[in-house]
Design a protein around this ligand. Sequence first.
Ligand code: NAP
Length: 279
Amino acid sequence: MAVKLDGAALAAKLKEHIRAEAAALPRSPALAVVLAGEDPASQVYVRGKEQDCAQCGIRTQTHRLPADVRQEDLLFLLARLNQDSDVDGILVQLPLPGGLDPRPVLHAVSPEKDVDCFHPLNVGLLALGEPRFLPCTPAGILELLDAYEVPLRGRYCAVIGRSHLVGRPLAQLLTGRDGTVTLCHSRTKNLSALTRQADVLISAVGRPGLVTADMVKPGATVVDVAINRLPDGKLTGDVDASTVEAVASFLTPVPGGVGPMTRVCLLKNVLRAARLRRR
Ligand code: NAP
């Protein structure tokens, strides 16, 4: 039976450290959140981030904009937040309402305040192995694996999903830790032949039941990044946990695995932004 990689418990511990570190700064760190439109999931995510920050002594200011906000008004707000010396980190909640191109918006966030690590400069620094900020979900996964002493050096890692948010930066971080990485996607041929070799298998697709027990090497570590809502309202990942837990040695639950670690890594980035700006 696989050991549960308990992201919720680890995140709670890490938050205590972050709270202590934030309290030791001369001024409490501040995160500006930009939320455009009424997307219900985004509202929930933003509320969660506000609560996390409050628990750790990080101030937040949330800028709520109507769904029909003009791009230039959004860019004007970001320019103002970039200049505001009382703001350490800026986060634009995605997805943006239809009609808004996320790229110029994300590129308009100052790289020094880009706590989501979406700005091309920060993406480039990460690719060079000299990150200013670590992208939250990949960093959270590595921190969880480290906490359970899952070795990465020389291990074969299969990542399913090649998004800029998760799969690609995760492949870079795993490579940086001396893992041997295959990045799989919707056009990958013989997916299960690759995943069956993996010592560490990470799925970030968004398709319930994609990863079944026959795709998992006995004793592997399996990380389920996905968050899917089933018709009955329950959350589930990509992994068929009921069968995979009999094969894997470690498995993340959904919820309570990668999600809380992603959230805690955002807090770490805000703290880091605050420190970097004070140097
Ligand atoms: P995304 O941008 O939609 O990317 C999905 C990836 O999955 C794409 O690379 C796609 O391939 C690949 N894919 C689709 N069908 C596939 C298949 N049948 N076999 C293999 N690969 C397939 O999604 P994302 O933003 O990375 O998010 C992925 C999941 O993680 C979602 O469920 C999301 O909610 C969740 N998520 C969770 C957290 C967290 O904190 N836990 C954070 C971020 C995201 P192509 O590139 O070929 O289209």
